[in-house]
Design a protein. Structure first.
Length: 346
């Protein structure tokens, strides 16, 4: 049974609208930020076949741009978000144009090197706070009327941003451009022989992915009121690749699922360990909160061994196999002469 992407999006929206009644809104907004970040990388990696190890530069760079604009220049929330997304897109064009000169592992290494260059620029720029980061970023108001200091108001705004971004990604990959991008991923020489400029296609996808990653970074900066060097560090670039692989490479909502898994492990594993220690009397469970990287690594290894396509990818493959192997039912067709005729399955 194929589950329509549009129906999946509507179901996620319904769950999202009801979620603040049961879950802390700030945690939900953090999940949205990283889910959007992972979906942005998946557009480039899953559908373009390009592994970027420098996407944290767009995520953190947009966060710094939005935070600086809102804190120092005093711009409103809407303009601050646009400045962050615009900087991420411009940075994506610069890095993408340079990295497209090489392919494969060399492409990944160039993105990593240029992202580390951006990291050291942020570190050495006194106006951005250095090792202390940029702090006291205001949330502001939406259109001068809605106070975004209210967690629920900000949550529903972020949910709308995420829904629009998912719709944009869905329309992109199902558009002629998206089909060309997949064709370039699968057989670049064939696409070139058909007259497509593969570097232009890849660079466009890179810029779009960087802009969406920048939107996620700007949202996170406004949410927590602070941007730190961890937001532009290469470790975050590797972590978002892990999120994408866990959820399912080349699926629309798989990276979002993977991002939720990783973020929930980081935030809730300590509480889970404490509750297990109380229930079982085994004190070793209290150490789970300090062992998040180990547990995340174990989960990743299990997914690599048991779920090669990721969680959502394997679920989709299982549904396809189930549909193919399901027995065909006989059809009962009315007949005016003999009443009913049982038609055997095809």
């Amino acid at each position: 049974m194929k589950f329509p992407t549009g129906a999946a999006l509507l179901l996620m929206l319904a769950v999202g609208l009801l979620a603040p009644a049961f879950v802390y809104p700030v945690l939900l907004m953090k999940l949205i930020c990283f889910a959007l970040f992972a979906c942005a990388l998946n557009l480039l990696l899953g559908y373009g076949g390009l592994l970027s190890l420098g996407h944290a530069a767009f995520f953190g760079g947009a966060g710094y741009a939005t935070g600086y604009a809102m804190t120092v220049w005093g711009v409103p929330f809407e303009l601050g978000i646009l400045i962050g997304v615009g900087l991420a897109a411009a940075l994506g064009w610069v890095i993408g144009s340079l990295a497209m000169r090489r392919q494969g592992i060399y492409f990944a290494m160039i993105t990593l090197a240029l992202a580390q260059l951006a990291f050291f620029v942020v570190l050495q720029w006194p106006a951005l706070g250095g090792e202390d980061g940029l702090q006291r970023i205001p949330r502001g108001t939406l259109l001068g009327r809605i106070d975004l200091g209210n967690d629920k108001a900000l949550y529903y705004l972020f949910l709308g941003f995420f829904a629009l971004a998912c719709f944009l990604i869905h329309r992109t990959i199902h558009s002629p451009f998206g089909q060309v991008l997949v064709a370039v991923r699968d057989n670049a020489p064939r696409a070139t022989s058909l007259g497509y400029d593969i570097n232009r296609v890849r660079t466009t996808a890179f810029v779009l992915s960087a802009a969406l990653a920048g939107l996620a970074g700007s949202m996170k900066a406004v949410l927590f009121g602070v941007v730190t060097l961890a937001d532009v560090h290469w470790h975050l670039s590797g972590l978002v690749v892990l999120m994408t692989l866990l959820g399912g490479l080349g699926t629309v909502f798989g990276p979002a699922v993977g991002a939720c898994m990783v973020v929930l492990l980081e935030n809730e594993l300590g509480d889970i360990g404490t509750k297990l220690a109380e229930l079982t009397g085994i004190g070793a469970f209290n150490l789970l909160g300090d062992s998040v990287p180990i547990v995340t690594g174990i989960v990743f290894m299990l997914c690599v061994l048991l779920f090669r396509r990721g969680v959502v990818g394997e679920a989709r493959a299982f549904m396809t196999r189930w549909q193919a192997n399901a027995p065909q039912r006989a059809l009962v067709v009315p007949d005016k002469n003999v009443g009913f005729v049982v038609t055997p399955p095809p």
